[in-house]
Design a binder for this molecule. Sequence first.
Ligand code: ADP
Length: 456
Amino acid sequence: MSEILHIPVDRELSERARWLITLRWLTLTIAAAVVLLANHWLGNVLLAPALWGTLVGIAGYNILFWILFRRLERRASPHSSYVALMHAQVLTDLLALTTLLHFSGGLENPFSLYYVLLVLISSILMTKRASYLYATAATAIWVTLLVLEAIGWLPHYNLVGFRSPTRYQQPGHIIAESFVLGSANFIVAYLSSGIIERLREGEKQLYEANASCELRAAELSRLNARLQELDRTRSLFMRLVTHELRAPVAAIQSYLRLILDGYVPEERLHEIIAKAEQRARDQLELISDLLDLARLQEPKDEKEVEPTDLVAILHDVLDMMQARLQDKGLHLEVSLEPDIPPVAASKEHVKQVWINLISNAIKYTPSGGHITVMVECEGDMVRGAVKDTGIGISPEEQERIFDTFYRTEAAKTMERHGTGLGLAIVKGIMERYKGRVWVESQVGQGSTFYFEFPRA
Ligand code: ADP
């Protein structure tokens, strides 16, 4: 029965079961009217008590089916329960129709053609297989009735004055009646189930097309929301960038104005020009960081990934930083595991990571402090760490320091110069190579920045 109705299966099937029950009330009313009229016009040819008894029986089982149906609905029963209910209904109807025909003349009764209606209903409501099944069942039950009546195993009730009383025993009539009804049953099963199946197929495709449209619409609206979010982030970024770019230029301009307007005495001239030069350097640093950040947004070129010696680059960077370390009176310790394998990343990017983390450690550690640099292997990754005894970062700020332009208040107080882009660049680099970066820190105690590159 799996192929019964694909769409929205349980709901539609429940509607069909309800429809069949309603249809039965209508048929019952018509059958009662037919019995009344036939007896009235044909002079009580029908066996009224047996027929009324059968009709009451049909009304009784229809009530029963209604109760069962309501129960299935209330319990939100599965698809198979509705299928079973449909089969029970059609089978009971077959038996009820046969009983009615038996008490109203059997072979003499032209209403035997109503079997065809039952086959039609089963092909509309169920599958192709079910409609053939009921075509066979209806033919078999009808032929059995005719044969049993003919051989006398079941009594025959003649429609007195309407049909010949011996007709039910004539083999020619029995064969003709069986053939007509049987062929009608199968033709109806064939035609109607074919049409219904095609209709259902169309309905299914429509449903699937609709469902896929809904899915796409949901996907589109998700993408749209993401686009809007990206747009907001972009606008915010642009506002921050223009603000950060304007500040040094405005400062340089006002220093120059002071000089041009003659407000700077001869002895302070050098100092003011040096300040302007420092702001120009800030500006260049910011532009260079912005360019680095923008380049990280570009798709990765496979050629940029190469086996890179993290330790060798660290030594180069430490050489570069030596003067700054000494100027600040900071103690440096380097702890390296032996035989560190190369990592899979561009040399340029590895260098940027070391420079950003070590120069931050220098910037945010007061004179006399300690900086420790470590490299070790961790499974498939090579881990680097920069530890300092500096100002530290609170847990809330730790979540934000990798955002663009974010600088903690303590950092701003300690060191005026800074773009707030260094850690965002480090994070971008680590994501580019499927590595990671994180921090452990305590305010006033110091910080340790860790990063991991995959081995080459
Ligand atoms: P910048 O150093 O230019 O301000 P970064 O992106 O490199 O920008 O760092 C972002 C912020 O993270 C810094 O402003 C500072 O508040 C905090 N930070 C980074 N490194 C350290 C560190 N070693 N110790 C304390 N704070 C740090």
